[in-house]
Design a binder for this molecule. Structure first.
Ligand code: HSE
Length: 305
């Protein structure tokens, strides 16, 4: 019997202009403990879910962590007879904070460690990116901090940027928005001027985060690829952006595909959260808020024999 525990951070993908390629790891974690046994009397699959949104976690073979683990078992040709997963969530499900990425990455890392699969972190990141379709959540979840993922024929290139500590305010309205719906709202083509708008801002965004320059961040976090199409899908989101800005937010972005909003500011973090919550309340939505710092560790794997 062998046990692996994985702690993986939440992530905010896109950060405005960095659609599908840039993400930031945050100080909110899901924890997965996977125990493998070869005893023929053990129950083949047991899944226990606890914590935030635990009722939304499947406790059968359709569980995303388990499915991701099975990809690794199949790839390396080794699998314990029975699996026992204990999943404790602090990251809300379907929030735009990378909850699915923690399951994908967690399952792959745990399976590899459980059977001594011999895959490197880079191998696992490539497989997790293939499953997710883009690296902007899984790469910062694996490595921590601010991470850019560059995909190409030569494979996946990852660049991690050291940045000073920052406080982020996250506001999550109680609104159901599937990533697939949020992606379906996007145009298939982007005008050249919008492409230039975003590309110029990605460079500025990385510089502004590295220097904690909130004045530059204000310009750098603007986006024309996805937010103009997604913000109208979420009741009160445009008003929440405006209210958070009035309360002192220097820069704002939809977190991932939404429906959460992430705000950066040098101060007034609680006031920003309250202002955005009031805007969502005006639109008839309750909301949850978090004041978070950065995670710089990424995924942590602990093995017990
Ligand atoms: N970059 C992705 C999107 C993140 O915005 O659709 C969500 O998976």
């Amino acid at each position: 019997m062998k046990q692996v525990t994985i702690s993986i951070p939440a992530t905010s993908a896109n950060l405005g202009p960095g659609f599908d390629c840039l993400g930031l790891a945050l100080s909110l974690h899901n924890t997965f403990t996977l125990t493998g046994s070869d005893s023929p009397t053990a129950f083949p699959l047991i899944i226990e879910a606890s914590g935030v949104d635990a009722h939304k976690i499947p406790t059968d073979a359709s569980n995303l962590f388990v499915q991701s683990a099975e990809i690794i078992f199949a790839k390396v040709g080794k699998r314990p007879f029975s699996l026992h997963l204990q999943q404790h969530n602090c990251i809300p499900v379907g929030s735009g904070l990378g909850s699915s990425s923690t399951a994908v990455l967690g399952g792959m890392l745990a399976a590899n460690a459980l059977v001594d699969g011999g895959l490197s972190r880079a191998d696992i990141l490539q497989l997790a990116t293939d499953l997710e379709g883009h690296p902007d959540n899984v790469a910062p979840a694996l490595y921590g901090g601010l991470v850019l993922g560059v995909q190409g024929e030569e494979g996946l290139h990852i660049e991690q940027f050291p940045i000073p500590s920052l406080q982020a305010t996250v506001i999550l309205p109680d609104f159901h928005l599937l990533t697939s719906e949020a992606r379906a709202a996007l145009p298939s083509h982007i005008p050249l001027k919008d492409a230039i708008f975003n590309t110029s801002r990605i460079g500025l965004l990385i510089h502004a985060l590295q220097t904690a320059d909130f004045g530059k961040l204000n310009i750098a976090m603007q986006d024309k690829y996805h937010q103009p199409y997604r913000i109208p899908l979420i009741p009160g989101m445009a008003e929440a952006f405006a209210a958070a800005r009035c309360a002192g937010a220097a820069a704002l972005a939809l977190s991932g595909a939404g429906p959460s909003l992430i705000a950066f500011a040098p101060a007034n973090h609680q006031a920003i959260a309250t202002a955005a919550q009031e805007a969502f309340a005006q639109a008839g939505l309750t909301s949850r808020t978090w004041l978070l710092s950065l995670d710089t560790e990424g995924a942590c794997v602990t093995i017990a024999h």
